[in-house]
Design a protein around this ligand. Structure first.
Ligand code: GTP
Ligand code: MG
Length: 344
């Protein structure tokens, strides 16, 4: 899974990229002119599990992050084509002009997305009707017509209810209007404390009308937070009326909008969070850990994080019968702690 940071020039995209990925020069590498890095998904549950199991390693769930340099046109479309989600940074830390430019950026981006998706749909319909291509099956044309009528009415494909068989068609295209988008407003230190920022009304309107989650942060303040020792951070955040750094709220929002959930593996060597899509089965989840575990899957021992947290130990969970044995088709829930039994 990969999320991209986009926005108009000088809004704080690279600043946010560095904050999210904690990239030092060696931790990020440039590929095709873009900064690519890995972000940890903050999760208090992982920290608690780690305090209980005292493992050698604690590993958070991860997402790839790309700092996108292109702003418009085909170059922009090409660079976001393979991304699963977009974080639009709004530069609201100076004056109203930055916010206005950012709102215009969102408008232009959405228009480009609609035009590109409509071109894909119409191109495919054209090839099918002129018999230059054969449909996958007889349901493909109705599917394409459904997409076309949504796009003609400015409804992004993200908002369309597709049947499971239609979702299979979707994977043959790289539709832009399917991508989840979150808005990250980069505000000044004063705005962060005061709650008001230039262009607030317009940005909130975009967020509400499109269902784009909105996160307010301040690049400058986040950099200060990062430079502080761990134990001073919370007190510093409280001065702004916050309980959590902006970057961690952004990371969680991206994780949520991708429809991802976490399951955990625990032990003396490692406590680790894994991300999976909602609806993933125990056998598929085992495959995330190692392909051998999926191939030789017998069953999963599952206890929920909530139960472990409440009872305090695996032993207590076992005694209360809260350690369940689940088969391969069990649908993994957010917060499940899983031990895979397998043989190969
Ligand atoms: N005061 C203030 N300045 C910021 C903040 N965030 C970024 N800047 C400054 O704005 C400038 C641009 O920041 P970048 O993170 O490079 O922005 P960008 O969007 O990557 O810029 P381009 O890649 O050139 O489009 C830099 O000089 C930053 O120091 C902020 O929250 N407050
Ligand atoms: Mg930049």
């Amino acid at each position: 899974m990969k999320a991209g940071i986009v926005g108009s020039p000088q809004t704080g995209k690279t600043t946010l990229f560095r904050l999210l990925t904690q990239a030092k020069e060696d931790a990020s590498h440039r590929s095709s002119g873009q900064n690519v890095g890995v972000m940890d998904i903050p999760d208090e549950r992982v920290l608690w599990l780690s305090s209980i199991f005292n493992p050698e390693r604690t590993v958070f769930a991860k997402l790839d992050i790309v700092d996108i340099h292109a702003h418009k046109g085909q170059e922009f479309l090409n660079s976001v084509r393979n991304l699963d989600a977009l974080i639009v940074v709004i530069g609201a830390f100076m004056d109203g002009e930055g916010s206005a430019a950012s709102c215009a950026f969102i408008d232009d981006m959405e228009t480009e997305f609609f035009v590109a998706d409509l071109a894909s749909v119409e191109g495919r319909l054209e090839r099918l009707s002129s018999r230059k291509a054969k449909p996958v099956n007889q349901m493909e044309v109705p599917f394409l017509e459904k997409c076309k009528s949504a796009l003609d009415g400015y409804v992004p494909l993200r908002k369309v209810d597709f049947e499971p068989y239609e979702k299979d068609f979707l994977s043959n295209f790289a539709f832009y209007t399917l991508k989840p988008i979150i808005i990250a407003v980069n505000v000044s230190e004063d705005s962060l404390a005061g709650g008001d920022y230039p262009g607030k009304e317009g940005i909130e309107k975009i967020s509400a009308s499109r269902d784009y989650p909105l996160v307010i942060f301040s690049g400058a303040v986040e950099e200060e937070i990062k430079s502080l020792p761990e134990e001073e951070r919370l007190a510093f955040l409280k001065e702004y009326g916050l309980s959590e750094p902006g970057v961690s709220r952004i990371a969680k929002a991206v994780f949520r909008c991708l429809g991802l959930i976490s399951f955990f593996t625990v032990g003396e060597d490692e406590v680790r969070a894994w991300n999976i899509r909602e609806g993933t089965t125990a056998k598929e989840a085992a495959g995330k850990i190692h392909s051998d575990l999926e191939r030789g899957f017998i069953r999963a021992e599952v206890v929920s994080y909530e139960d472990l947290r409440r009872l305090g130990s695996m032993k207590a969970c076992r005694e209360k019968g809260l350690l369940r044995l689940e088969g391969k088709d069990y649908v993994v829930k957010d917060g499940d702690i899983i031990t895979v039994r397998f043989s190969i």
